[in-house]
Design a protein around this ligand. Structure first.
Ligand code: NAD
Length: 252
């Protein structure tokens, strides 16, 4: 199997895309740590996912350095190693640019961008140490969005955070390439999860999304999980610094 024997951390793994990634990774032979700030949902998710393989649930706010430190420590304590990180945790805040609160701007940037930096740096340091000891190189996948390139006026902080994720992905890829550690991103379009339901709330909004989606349908979390599995596997061994868009052919 593609991820046999690997240990993966998936942030925001309690629900939506993160849950689907965790499930796919377990199916592909990995041991998985799901890290989520919603501890109740995370525990329930881990109980469900236990049917598919070895899984550990860790409560973690990715925007808090200490939580991230404890996450890595818990993963190493349970599984002895970490090979893969999927920086997936993310939130949205719907507000027009002129009305957006400073606190809401900071909250979205803290989770979506700083969280990926903190988790990425902590795991990358572990991966680099492992390579220096002669071990195999690991890999990191960041969850971006089509909104990294298509700006949405009432998703100011979100669009900015995802633009930052694309650049963070390139910087991390360049910094870690000398160790053979690959870093890529996925840019989903509209995928059926709670985040989408919070911003595409009625039939008119759904019609608008579909009108700019040539494939004519909303995507499924498992379709993003399949890409995460490919990017995390050795099948993508010559791919780094890229953002792969899975958006039904999304038009601006
Ligand atoms: P979701 O709301 O279903 O799941 C997000 C998960 O992240 C939740 O379990 C939540 O508790 C967790 N989370 C939130 N803040 C956290 C924090 N500070 N620390 C740890 N966990 C935290 O959303 P989703 O649609 O599955 O989104 C997952 C990722 O995919 C996000 O980064 C999102 O921006 C991205 N994305 C989603 C879509 C879409 O249409 N659904 C499109 C493009 C990108």
């Amino acid at each position: 199997m593609a991820l046999d024997g690997r240990v993966a951390i998936v942030t925001g793994g309690a629900k939506g895309i993160g849950y689907a990634v965790a499930r796919r990774f377990l199916h592909d032979g990995a041991k998985v740590v799901i890290a989520d700030s919603d501890e109740k949902a995370n525990t329930v998710a881990a109980e469900e996912l236990a049917d598919f393989g070895e899984v550990l649930a860790v409560g973690c706010n990715v925007a808090e350095r200490l939580d991230v430190h404890n996450l890595l420590a818990a993963a190493l304590d349970r599984f002895g190693d970490v090979d893969i990180l999927v920086n997936n945790a993310g939130i949205v805040n719907k507000a027009n640019f002129l009305d957006l609160d400073e606190a809401d701007f900071s909250r979205v940037l803290d989770v979506n961008l700083k969280g990926a930096f903190l988790c990425g740096q902590a795991v990358a340091r572990h991966l680099v140490d492992k390579v220096k000891r002669g071990g195999p190189a690991g890999t990191i996948v960041n969850m971006s969005s089509v909104n990294a390139v298509f700006a949405i006026p009432d998703q100011v902080a979100y669009s900015v955070s995802k633009g930052g994720i694309n650049q963070l992905t390139k910087v991390m890829a360049l910094s870690l390439a000398r160790y053979g550690i690959r870093v890529n991103a996925i840019g989903p379009g509209s995928i059926m999860t709670d985040i989408l339901k919070s911003v595409v709330a009625d039939a008119a909004a759904t019609r608008k999304v579909l009108s700019r989606t040539p494939l004519g349908r909303i995507g499924e979390p498992r379709e993003i999980a399949a890409i995460a599995s490919f990017l995390a596997s050795d099948e993508a061994s010559y791919v780094t610094g890229q953002t792969l868009y899975a958006d039904g052919g999304r038009l601006p």
